[in-house]
Design a protein around this ligand. Sequence first.
Ligand code: 13P
Ligand code: G3H
Ligand code: ZN
Ligand code: ZN
Length: 337
Amino acid sequence: MAVDYKKIGLVNTKEMFARAIKGGWAVPAFNFNNLEQLQAIIQASSNLKSPVILQVSKGARKYANPTLLRYMAEGAVEYAKELGCNHPEIVLHLDHGDSFETCKSCVDFGFSSVMIDGSALPYEENIALTKKVVDYAHQFDVTVEGELGVLAGVEDDVVAEESHYTKPEEVVDFATRTGVDSLAISIGTSHGAYKFKPEQCTRDPKTGHLVPPPLAFDVLEAVEKQLPGFPIVLHGSSSVPQEYVDIINKYGGKLPDAVGIPEEQLTKASKSAVCKINIDSDSRLAFTAGVRETFALHPEYFDPRQYCGKAREYMVDLYSHKIKDVLHSDNKLANLD
Ligand SMILES: O=C(CO)COP(=O)(O)O
Ligand SMILES: O=C[C@H](O)COP(=O)(O)O
Ligand SMILES: [Zn+2]
Ligand SMILES: [Zn+2]
Protein backbone atom coordinates (compact mmCIF):
# COMPACT_ATOMS: atom_id res chain seq x y z
CA MET A 1 0.00 0.00 0.00
CA ALA A 2 1.41 3.33 -1.06
CA VAL A 3 1.42 6.27 1.35
CA ASP A 4 -0.83 9.00 -0.09
CA TYR A 5 1.44 12.03 -0.46
CA LYS A 6 -1.61 14.29 -0.64
CA LYS A 7 -2.49 13.31 2.92
CA ILE A 8 0.85 14.66 4.11
CA GLY A 9 0.38 17.96 2.31
CA LEU A 10 2.74 17.41 -0.64
CA VAL A 11 1.81 18.12 -4.26
CA ASN A 12 2.97 16.70 -7.57
CA THR A 13 4.52 18.84 -10.30
CA LYS A 14 1.60 18.99 -12.74
CA GLU A 15 -0.08 22.26 -11.90
CA MET A 16 3.01 24.20 -10.94
CA PHE A 17 4.70 23.26 -14.23
CA ALA A 18 1.68 24.35 -16.24
CA ARG A 19 1.69 27.71 -14.45
CA ALA A 20 5.45 28.10 -14.79
CA ILE A 21 5.39 27.50 -18.54
CA LYS A 22 2.49 29.86 -19.03
CA GLY A 23 4.03 32.52 -16.82
CA GLY A 24 7.60 32.30 -18.09
CA TRP A 25 9.28 31.34 -14.82
CA ALA A 26 10.73 28.08 -13.44
CA VAL A 27 10.28 26.05 -10.28
CA PRO A 28 13.49 25.65 -8.28
CA ALA A 29 14.52 22.06 -7.57
CA PHE A 30 16.94 22.04 -4.67
CA ASN A 31 18.68 18.89 -3.41
CA PHE A 32 18.83 18.31 0.32
CA ASN A 33 20.87 15.94 2.45
CA ASN A 34 20.62 17.44 5.92
CA LEU A 35 18.64 19.56 8.34
CA GLU A 36 20.27 22.90 7.56
CA GLN A 37 19.74 22.62 3.82
CA LEU A 38 16.09 21.75 4.33
CA GLN A 39 15.57 24.59 6.81
CA ALA A 40 17.15 27.05 4.40
CA ILE A 41 15.10 25.83 1.42
CA ILE A 42 11.84 26.06 3.36
CA GLN A 43 12.68 29.44 4.88
CA ALA A 44 13.51 30.96 1.50
CA SER A 45 10.61 29.41 -0.42
CA SER A 46 8.04 30.14 2.30
CA ASN A 47 9.08 33.74 2.84
CA LEU A 48 8.97 34.34 -0.89
CA LYS A 49 5.79 32.30 -1.49
CA SER A 50 7.49 30.13 -4.08
CA PRO A 51 6.59 26.59 -5.06
CA VAL A 52 9.59 24.34 -4.46
CA ILE A 53 10.84 20.87 -5.35
CA LEU A 54 12.79 19.06 -2.64
CA GLN A 55 15.10 16.64 -4.39
CA VAL A 56 16.50 13.51 -2.83
CA SER A 57 19.25 11.65 -4.64
CA LYS A 58 20.36 8.08 -4.16
CA GLY A 59 23.44 9.48 -2.42
CA ALA A 60 21.25 11.55 -0.12
CA ARG A 61 19.22 8.50 0.83
CA LYS A 62 22.40 6.63 1.62
CA TYR A 63 23.91 9.50 3.59
CA ALA A 64 20.91 10.57 5.62
CA ASN A 65 18.68 7.47 5.69
CA PRO A 66 15.61 7.29 3.43
CA THR A 67 13.09 7.17 6.28
CA LEU A 68 14.55 10.17 8.01
CA LEU A 69 14.63 12.22 4.79
CA ARG A 70 11.06 11.34 3.95
CA TYR A 71 9.79 12.41 7.38
CA MET A 72 11.87 15.57 7.20
CA ALA A 73 10.03 16.44 4.00
CA GLU A 74 6.71 15.75 5.71
CA GLY A 75 7.80 18.03 8.55
CA ALA A 76 8.77 20.66 6.00
CA VAL A 77 5.14 21.16 5.03
CA GLU A 78 4.25 21.95 8.64
CA TYR A 79 7.33 24.14 9.03
CA ALA A 80 6.33 26.17 5.95
CA LYS A 81 2.93 26.78 7.54
CA GLU A 82 4.55 27.83 10.80
CA LEU A 83 6.53 30.36 8.79
CA GLY A 84 3.27 31.91 7.60
CA CYS A 85 2.97 30.14 4.27
CA ASN A 86 -0.59 28.83 4.61
CA HIS A 87 -0.75 26.98 1.29
CA PRO A 88 2.76 25.73 0.55
CA GLU A 89 3.41 23.83 -2.68
CA ILE A 90 6.15 21.38 -1.86
CA VAL A 91 7.09 18.45 -4.09
CA LEU A 92 9.14 15.56 -2.73
CA HIS A 93 11.05 14.28 -5.76
CA LEU A 94 13.48 11.42 -6.34
CA ASP A 95 16.47 12.79 -8.25
CA HIS A 96 18.16 10.47 -10.80
CA GLY A 97 16.26 7.31 -9.92
CA ASP A 98 18.31 4.51 -11.46
CA SER A 99 15.91 1.55 -11.35
CA PHE A 100 12.22 0.69 -11.31
CA GLU A 101 12.63 -0.65 -7.77
CA THR A 102 14.05 2.62 -6.39
CA CYS A 103 11.28 4.62 -8.07
CA LYS A 104 8.62 2.22 -6.80
CA SER A 105 9.93 2.37 -3.26
CA CYS A 106 9.77 6.17 -3.34
CA VAL A 107 6.24 6.18 -4.77
CA ASP A 108 5.19 3.68 -2.08
CA PHE A 109 6.80 5.82 0.59
CA GLY A 110 4.97 9.07 -0.18
CA PHE A 111 7.10 10.85 -2.78
CA SER A 112 4.94 12.99 -5.06
CA SER A 113 7.32 12.87 -8.02
CA VAL A 114 10.16 10.67 -9.27
CA MET A 115 12.81 10.86 -11.93
CA ILE A 116 13.82 7.76 -13.82
CA ASP A 117 17.15 8.48 -15.45
CA GLY A 118 17.60 6.04 -18.29
CA SER A 119 19.65 8.49 -20.32
CA ALA A 120 22.74 6.26 -20.29
CA LEU A 121 20.77 3.28 -21.66
CA PRO A 122 20.18 2.49 -25.32
CA TYR A 123 17.14 4.45 -26.54
CA GLU A 124 14.64 1.58 -26.57
CA GLU A 125 15.70 0.43 -23.10
CA ASN A 126 15.32 3.97 -21.79
CA ILE A 127 11.78 4.02 -23.20
CA ALA A 128 10.85 0.62 -21.72
CA LEU A 129 12.18 1.46 -18.25
CA THR A 130 10.67 4.93 -18.22
CA LYS A 131 7.29 3.61 -19.32
CA LYS A 132 7.35 0.98 -16.59
CA VAL A 133 7.93 3.66 -13.96
CA VAL A 134 5.25 5.92 -15.45
CA ASP A 135 2.68 3.11 -15.51
CA TYR A 136 3.31 2.42 -11.84
CA ALA A 137 3.61 6.02 -10.60
CA HIS A 138 0.54 7.31 -12.43
CA GLN A 139 -1.70 4.91 -10.53
CA PHE A 140 -0.95 7.08 -7.51
CA ASP A 141 -0.94 10.44 -9.31
CA VAL A 142 2.83 10.67 -8.85
CA THR A 143 4.50 12.62 -11.66
CA VAL A 144 7.51 11.25 -13.55
CA GLU A 145 10.52 12.97 -15.11
CA GLY A 146 12.48 11.15 -17.81
CA GLU A 147 15.75 12.10 -19.48
CA LEU A 148 17.07 12.11 -23.03
CA GLY A 149 20.60 13.14 -23.90
CA VAL A 150 23.73 12.82 -21.81
CA LEU A 151 24.89 15.41 -19.30
CA ALA A 152 28.62 15.22 -19.66
CA GLY A 153 30.87 17.56 -17.73
CA VAL A 154 34.50 17.92 -16.84
CA GLU A 155 33.90 15.82 -13.73
CA ASP A 156 32.85 12.84 -15.82
CA ASP A 157 36.12 13.10 -17.75
CA VAL A 158 34.07 13.84 -20.83
CA VAL A 159 33.68 17.43 -21.81
CA ALA A 160 30.12 18.51 -22.65
CA GLU A 161 29.84 18.59 -26.38
CA GLU A 162 27.22 18.54 -29.09
CA SER A 163 27.23 14.78 -29.53
CA HIS A 164 25.72 14.45 -26.05
CA TYR A 165 22.90 16.91 -26.66
CA THR A 166 19.31 15.74 -26.73
CA LYS A 167 18.23 14.90 -30.27
CA PRO A 168 15.10 16.97 -30.95
CA GLU A 169 13.90 14.40 -33.45
CA GLU A 170 13.54 11.83 -30.63
CA VAL A 171 11.52 13.80 -28.09
CA VAL A 172 8.01 13.33 -29.47
CA ASP A 173 8.46 9.57 -29.78
CA PHE A 174 9.94 9.39 -26.26
CA ALA A 175 7.27 11.51 -24.62
CA THR A 176 4.42 9.74 -26.41
CA ARG A 177 5.58 6.20 -25.85
CA THR A 178 6.58 6.66 -22.20
CA GLY A 179 3.84 9.02 -21.00
CA VAL A 180 6.32 11.03 -18.93
CA ASP A 181 5.16 14.29 -17.34
CA SER A 182 8.42 16.15 -17.94
CA LEU A 183 11.65 15.66 -19.83
CA ALA A 184 15.21 16.50 -18.77
CA ILE A 185 17.30 17.50 -21.75
CA SER A 186 20.96 18.06 -22.39
CA ILE A 187 21.92 21.44 -23.88
CA GLY A 188 25.35 21.94 -22.37
CA THR A 189 24.77 21.96 -18.60
CA SER A 190 26.46 19.36 -16.40
CA HIS A 191 26.69 18.40 -12.76
CA GLY A 192 29.20 19.76 -10.27
CA ALA A 193 31.27 22.91 -9.80
CA TYR A 194 33.54 22.37 -12.82
CA LYS A 195 31.22 22.46 -15.78
CA PHE A 196 33.75 23.59 -18.38
CA LYS A 197 37.47 23.31 -18.91
CA PRO A 198 39.30 26.64 -18.79
CA GLU A 199 40.28 26.20 -22.43
CA GLN A 200 36.59 26.10 -23.40
CA CYS A 201 36.08 29.49 -21.75
CA THR A 202 37.21 33.04 -22.31
CA ARG A 203 38.36 35.31 -19.48
CA ASP A 204 36.59 38.46 -18.40
CA PRO A 205 39.36 41.05 -18.81
CA LYS A 206 38.16 43.05 -15.78
CA THR A 207 37.64 40.31 -13.19
CA GLY A 208 39.80 37.56 -14.62
CA HIS A 209 36.90 35.14 -14.12
CA LEU A 210 36.18 32.41 -16.64
CA VAL A 211 33.28 33.00 -19.03
CA PRO A 212 31.85 29.72 -20.32
CA PRO A 213 30.40 29.12 -23.78
CA PRO A 214 26.62 29.65 -24.04
CA LEU A 215 24.09 26.85 -23.68
CA ALA A 216 22.70 25.33 -26.88
CA PHE A 217 19.51 27.39 -27.01
CA ASP A 218 19.00 26.25 -30.59
CA VAL A 219 18.55 22.68 -29.30
CA LEU A 220 16.10 23.90 -26.64
CA GLU A 221 14.12 25.78 -29.29
CA ALA A 222 14.03 22.74 -31.56
CA VAL A 223 12.78 20.59 -28.66
CA GLU A 224 10.07 23.14 -27.86
CA LYS A 225 8.99 23.19 -31.47
CA GLN A 226 8.56 19.42 -31.38
CA LEU A 227 6.73 19.39 -28.05
CA PRO A 228 4.95 22.72 -27.64
CA GLY A 229 4.11 23.48 -24.01
CA PHE A 230 5.67 20.27 -22.69
CA PRO A 231 7.54 20.64 -19.37
CA ILE A 232 11.31 20.66 -19.87
CA VAL A 233 13.87 20.22 -17.07
CA LEU A 234 17.44 21.44 -16.81
CA HIS A 235 19.83 19.51 -14.61
CA GLY A 236 23.30 20.75 -13.75
CA SER A 237 22.18 24.34 -13.42
CA SER A 238 24.35 25.66 -10.62
CA SER A 239 25.98 28.94 -11.52
CA VAL A 240 28.93 28.46 -9.11
CA PRO A 241 28.69 31.97 -7.55
CA GLN A 242 32.13 33.51 -7.44
CA GLU A 243 31.45 35.13 -4.05
CA TYR A 244 31.28 31.71 -2.37
CA VAL A 245 34.22 30.32 -4.33
CA ASP A 246 36.23 33.36 -3.23
CA ILE A 247 35.32 32.89 0.44
CA ILE A 248 36.21 29.19 0.24
CA ASN A 249 39.55 29.93 -1.42
CA LYS A 250 40.30 32.79 0.97
CA TYR A 251 39.86 30.56 4.00
CA GLY A 252 41.95 27.60 3.01
CA GLY A 253 39.88 25.95 0.29
CA LYS A 254 41.15 25.08 -3.14
CA LEU A 255 38.65 25.47 -5.94
CA PRO A 256 40.63 26.97 -8.79
CA ASP A 257 38.69 27.86 -11.92
CA ALA A 258 35.37 26.42 -10.77
CA VAL A 259 32.80 27.52 -13.33
CA GLY A 260 29.02 27.19 -13.71
CA ILE A 261 26.13 28.34 -15.87
CA PRO A 262 25.71 32.13 -15.94
CA GLU A 263 22.47 33.10 -14.23
CA GLU A 264 21.20 35.21 -17.15
CA GLN A 265 21.14 32.05 -19.24
CA LEU A 266 19.04 30.27 -16.62
CA THR A 267 16.62 33.20 -16.56
CA LYS A 268 16.46 33.08 -20.35
CA ALA A 269 15.76 29.33 -20.23
CA SER A 270 13.09 29.78 -17.56
CA LYS A 271 11.10 32.01 -19.90
CA SER A 272 10.73 29.05 -22.28
CA ALA A 273 9.22 25.63 -21.60
CA VAL A 274 12.00 25.00 -19.10
CA CYS A 275 9.95 24.86 -15.91
CA LYS A 276 12.26 23.01 -13.47
CA ILE A 277 15.84 24.01 -12.81
CA ASN A 278 18.04 21.76 -10.67
CA ILE A 279 20.50 23.32 -8.27
CA ASP A 280 22.66 21.38 -5.84
CA SER A 281 26.31 22.39 -6.14
CA ASP A 282 25.61 26.07 -5.36
CA SER A 283 24.14 25.05 -2.03
CA ARG A 284 27.23 22.96 -1.29
CA LEU A 285 29.41 25.97 -2.07
CA ALA A 286 27.38 28.33 0.15
CA PHE A 287 27.46 25.77 2.97
CA THR A 288 31.20 25.25 2.66
CA ALA A 289 31.86 28.99 2.50
CA GLY A 290 29.93 29.50 5.74
CA VAL A 291 31.75 26.71 7.54
CA ARG A 292 35.24 27.66 6.33
CA GLU A 293 34.74 31.32 7.13
CA THR A 294 33.46 30.57 10.62
CA PHE A 295 36.32 28.20 11.38
CA ALA A 296 38.88 30.70 10.13
CA LEU A 297 37.43 33.66 12.03
CA HIS A 298 36.54 31.73 15.20
CA PRO A 299 39.04 28.98 15.86
CA GLU A 300 37.58 28.75 19.36
CA TYR A 301 34.19 27.52 18.12
CA PHE A 302 33.32 23.86 18.50
CA ASP A 303 29.52 23.91 18.53
CA PRO A 304 28.18 22.73 15.14
CA ARG A 305 25.30 25.17 15.52
CA GLN A 306 27.80 28.00 15.21
CA TYR A 307 29.31 27.02 11.88
CA CYS A 308 26.26 25.23 10.48
CA GLY A 309 24.23 28.29 11.50
CA LYS A 310 26.44 30.50 9.35
CA ALA A 311 26.24 27.96 6.52
CA ARG A 312 22.46 28.02 6.78
CA GLU A 313 22.41 31.83 6.57
CA TYR A 314 24.44 31.70 3.38
CA MET A 315 22.13 29.06 1.92
CA VAL A 316 19.00 31.10 2.74
CA ASP A 317 20.60 34.02 0.84
CA LEU A 318 21.48 31.76 -2.06
CA TYR A 319 18.04 30.11 -2.37
CA SER A 320 16.27 33.46 -2.00
CA HIS A 321 18.42 34.93 -4.76
CA LYS A 322 17.68 32.03 -7.10
CA ILE A 323 13.95 32.30 -6.44
CA LYS A 324 13.67 36.10 -6.72
CA ASP A 325 16.34 37.13 -9.18
CA VAL A 326 17.00 34.11 -11.38
CA LEU A 327 13.93 31.87 -11.70
CA HIS A 328 11.27 34.44 -10.73
CA SER A 329 9.21 31.87 -8.85
CA ASP A 330 8.40 34.23 -5.97
CA ASN A 331 4.72 34.98 -5.28
CA LYS A 332 3.70 32.18 -7.63
CA LEU A 333 1.73 29.93 -5.28
CA ALA A 334 -1.76 29.17 -6.58
CA ASN A 335 -3.16 30.40 -3.26
CA LEU A 336 -1.19 33.31 -1.84
CA ASP A 337 -3.38 33.80 1.28
O1 13P B 1 21.25 18.48 -11.61
C1 13P B 1 21.42 18.53 -10.41
C2 13P B 1 20.71 17.59 -9.54
O2 13P B 1 20.03 16.61 -10.25
C3 13P B 1 22.32 19.52 -9.76
O3 13P B 1 23.19 20.16 -10.65
P1 13P B 1 24.39 21.07 -10.11
O4 13P B 1 25.55 20.18 -9.82
O5 13P B 1 24.71 22.01 -11.24
O6 13P B 1 23.91 21.81 -8.91
O1 G3H C 1 22.69 14.92 -9.86
C1 G3H C 1 23.46 15.09 -8.93
C2 G3H C 1 22.96 15.78 -7.72
O2 G3H C 1 23.70 16.94 -7.53
C3 G3H C 1 23.00 14.86 -6.54
O3 G3H C 1 24.31 14.58 -6.18
P1 G3H C 1 24.64 13.31 -5.24
O4 G3H C 1 24.33 12.10 -6.06
O5 G3H C 1 26.09 13.49 -4.91
O6 G3H C 1 23.74 13.43 -4.05
ZN1 ZN D 1 21.07 11.99 -16.23
ZN1 ZN E 1 20.89 16.07 -12.11
